[in-house]
Design a protein around this ligand. Structure first.
Ligand code: PAF
Length: 291
């Protein structure tokens, strides 16, 4: 099986390195030619509980035509700029809302697979990543593409993967968690666990999750487990993590606030639902991006 992983960030490097190490012919797609050339020489370095190891996926500047699966791990704001070969299934494991709709408009919903992952990855430098925590990856067809080959490829690479019939539900669950943890950690400049320590902030985090869940319910999603509890559990399990949004702010890069809080606000507006706390954190993170 040949797999292309698009996006040389922390997650893209982790997935490409583990697929390549597991024996899958793997391409890592990096649109920046100079960086791609450097990564082809250096390989991708991973730090995990086994120590430090290097894998050599083939780094290319565009998705090669003859692959069996494309895994998209770019930031959400880049999705619309990607290009895909015809007929190949495309799996998004990205953060945020709207990626699925964008991909469906580009390649057709029958080719789109959707998943979420709770693998933790921190970028330590170019092509250098720390596997900050192991977590499950769940994926399924958006409409009709079979997830089996993708599940097998990722399992062979050592990932803990399950197929799901309801990927949209999982995307919303992850977005609700991200809509609370990511902006608050970015605004306060604290690791995830600190959100539980500060009483007023913890309440605000809960309120943000409730706002997101209300918007999800206008799209027909209902959650069996309390998303507030899920979010607090994520904070505990990733207590020392620097969230991806705070990593972006510290690195002076654009964040995914638009695909997270911004999309929640857009959908709230469509449903005439107020989401005042989401609006404030959205505005503050926008401010930080231009600081
Ligand atoms: O975006 C992130 O950083 C992660 O999704 C999460 C779960 C908030 C952990 O840091």
């Amino acid at each position: 099986m040949k797999v292309a992983v698009v996006g040389p960030g922390a997650m893209g490097c982790l997935f490409a390195a583990r697929l390549a190490r597991g024996g899958t012919k793997t391409f890592l797609v990096d649109y920046k030619a100079d960086r791609a050339a450097r990564l082809n020489t250096s390989g991708v370095r991973v730090e995990d509980e086994e120590g430090v190891w290097t894998a050599k996926p083939e780094v290319v500047t565009a998705v090669p035509p003859a692959v069996d699966l494309v895994i998209v791990l770019t930031k959400a704001y880049s999705t619309g700029r990607l290009r895909f070969p015809p007929e190949v299934p495309v799996l998004t494991l990205q953060n945020g809302l709207g990626n699925v709709e964008t991909l469906c408009s580009m390649v057709g919903s029958a080719r789109v697979l959707v998943g979420v992952t709770s693998e933790g990855a921190t970028a330590l430098g170019e092509g250098h990543v720390r596997h900050a925590g192991t977590g499950a990856t769940c994926l399924g067809a958006w409409t009709s593409s079979s997830p089996e080959e993708a599940v097998n490829a990722l399992r062979n690479a050592g990932f803990d993967v399950e197929a799901t019939e309801a990927p949209g539900q999982l995307v919303w669950e992850k977005v609700a968690v991200n809509a609370a943890i990511n902006p608050l950690t970015a605004i306060l400049n604290v690791p995830n666990g600190m959100l539980l320590e500060l009483k007023d902030v913890r309440q605000l985090m809960r309120d943000l999750v409730v706002e997101a869940a209300k918007v999800a319910s206008t799209e027909g999603y209902r959650f069996a487990q309390s998303l507030v509890e899920t979010t607090e559990e994520v904070c505990r399990n990733t207590a020392s993590n620097i969230s991806s949004m705070l990593q972006d702010i510290r690195a002076g890069k654009p964040t995914e606030i638009d695909a997270i809080s911004g999309e929640i606000l857009r959908r709230a507006q469509l449903a005439s639902l107020p989401a005042p706390r989401t609006r404030v954190v959205y505005q503050l993170v926008r401010g930080l991006e231009h600081h």
